[in-house]
Design a protein around this ligand. Structure first.
Ligand code: F6R
Length: 252
């Protein structure tokens, strides 16, 4: 475990992704005991899969109770239905929603097939507000430093919006579309930077060597829209949970 007092982000390193997932799942279960009506912001991607497996196991053992919790996912692809096998909604059903006792009416998702995508983004913001805001936002990070689908750009967008995905991001999501990056949608809807930064508490998880460079830049670099995660330094309650590989460039 490493604590770097001169940095605004609190960093904890774990021997491996399993230890990380177990600790975070136990913390979320404890958070649910403290506040059963917890409002969670959730990511998809490879990184949280173990976390979701641990949460499902805790729920099966009666050690995590989601019955009164609310969730908001960060993002969804544009142009595919929620039921599409590659959608983030399908991913969440497979890895978490189908395995824990969340009430379906308290699961919130962006609809990438909505006829009016701008109205859909406004609807999502309004739902987050009427839920009282997000208590705990869990984030992954893209190798290019994106959080949610806030991609590196000259300017970042504050609120939930439509975004064009970078080629790198589409390649990283190819597994959801039969391994073919060409089949990954070109656009997505994503919570904006302010939507994310208004969460009361943020926990970013990163595992593996491929994340080491963007983690180092997130923690020690300047705030720049070229690395959207760097803006997490503005928030008072951000934890970075890392495995050894993702943390390897930090100590230098
Ligand atoms: C997905 C999301 C993305 C991912 C990021 C890392 O909902 O918001 O920001 O967290 O692309 O993805 P993995 O975990 O697959 O490396």
């Amino acid at each position: 475990m490493t604590w770097l007092p001169d940095l605004s982000l609190r960093i904890t390193t774990f021997p491996d992704d399993r230890a990380l997932a177990k600790k975070l799942a136990a913390d979320i279960a404890a958070g649910l005991r403290e506040n059963p009506r917890l409002v969670l912001g959730l990511p998809t991607g490879r990184t949280p899969i173990r976390l979701y497996r641990e949460l499902a196991a805790l729920c099966a053992r009666g050690e995590a109770d989601f019955s009164q919790a609310t969730t908001f996912n960060l993002d969804e692809f544009v142009g595919i239905e929620a039921s599409h096998p590659g959608s983030y909604r399908t991913f969440m059903e497979q890895h978490l929603f189908g395995k824990v006792n969340l009430a379906p009416e308290r699961i919130h998702f962006l609809n990438g097939a909505a006829p009016d995508l701008d109205a859909e983004c406004r609807r999502y913001e309004a739902e987050i507000t009427s839920a009282g805001g997000i208590h705990l936002q869990i984030l992954g990070i893209g190798t290019n430093g994106h959080i949610g689908f806030n991609e590196p750009a000259r300017e970042l967008v504050a609120r939930t919006h439509r975004v064009a995905l970078k080629a790198e991001t589409r390649r990283n999501n190819a597994a959801l579309f039969g391994g073919d990056p060409e089949r990954v949608p070109h656009e997505a809807l994503s919570m904006g930077m302010v939507t994310i930064l208004h969460a009361r508490r943020i926990i970013l998880i990163a595992t593996g060597k491929s994340k080491a460079r963007c983690i180092d830049r997130t923690v020690t670099g300047p705030l720049t829209p070229k690395l959207p995660a760097s803006f997490l330094q503005l928030h008072r309650h951000v934890d970075l949970l890392l495995d050894q590989a993702a943390a390897e460039k930090l100590s230098s």
